[in-house]
Design a protein around this ligand. Sequence first.
Ligand SMILES: C[S@@+](CC[C@H](N)C(=O)[O-])C[C@H]1O[C@@H](n2cnc3c(N)ncnc32)[C@H](O)[C@@H]1O
Ligand code: SF4
Ligand code: SF4
Length: 300
Amino acid sequence: MKIRSLIQFSLFGLSTIIFKRRKPILATIILTDKCNLTCKHCSVNNITGKMYAYQSIHQEMSDLYNQGIRILFFCGGETFLWEDNGKTIKNLVQEAKSIGFLIVNVVTNGTFPLDMPEADLILLSLDGTPENHNLIRGNTYDTILNNIDHATSDNICLYMAINQLNKHDIQSVSDVAKNTKNIRAVSFNFHTPYPNTENLMLSPTEKESCCTTIGNLMKQGYPIFNLKTAFKYIINNSFKTPCYQCIVVEDGKQYTCGRCIEIEGLCEKCGYFFAAEYALVFDGNIAVIIDMLKTYLRYI
Ligand SMILES: C[S@@+](CC[C@H](N)C(=O)[O-])C[C@H]1O[C@@H](n2cnc3c(N)ncnc32)[C@H](O)[C@@H]1O
Ligand code: SF4
Ligand code: SF4
């Protein structure tokens, strides 16, 4: 991360904490809900099949920048499926950078060739050992590993959603992150129990056991892009929700924290580490703030 970005984020953080402001800094734009996969744990794919128009996404980017957003994620559905009149996700990332966003990340299932050096991070979903990943995501593991091997840049961060099917696979995914070319780190989330996926959720005891495993791997030097200081709040869902510094935009509509905010009772069972980490940072938790500065400087 550049020093200029670090200073901007630190000033934003300080003023948010001191004045208890609710201004957002991080936004996720949903490009489409179309997806080539139908993963067992996912509730947001192929509902409308819409690809949002380039013009409206561009307008959303400008509006978000003018609102003060500086960290931008593109998400889906599958981001690499998005296209409009010859424009692709690569064009959107380049334009986001030229508008002035300081960090631009793309979330993908990794089943398409990876040529995205412009992104700060490509968050690429890998959900366990080859067997369990394929059980959750269909037969895609080998394709994904091949795409990682042939990627044109080394800005890949694996993204694993830990659930009942893959809760013993943290070491396996961490080994891939540590030993594979082009991968910078791995970032974990716990399953968030959207309706009809409740059976995949972990209990607090199971989450604690996973966090112990992740913490031990961190101690051994594995490249893990999560904040250890936030674990105890994530295990018991004792962080404040929603996180007002994060927003999601889909088809012109803005949601505080996530689209999931509209599902009653879900925030109390939230498994998204970012929601806890950002909520704790902007609530003024000193240990988490220091942890975030050190971790972001290492991986972005
Ligand atoms: C919705 S997907 C969209 C991007 C892309 N299609 C992918 O799979 O990475 C974004 C991320 O959310 C994760 N995810 C989906 N459903 C989830 C749930 N119920 N709880 C936690 N993470 C979930 C996915 O595993 C993926 O890493
Ligand atoms: S690839 Fe992503 S969007 Fe598609 S079904 Fe899986 S988690 Fe959902
Ligand atoms: S806190 Fe609520 S709105 Fe935010 S990500 Fe978690 S479930 Fe979604």
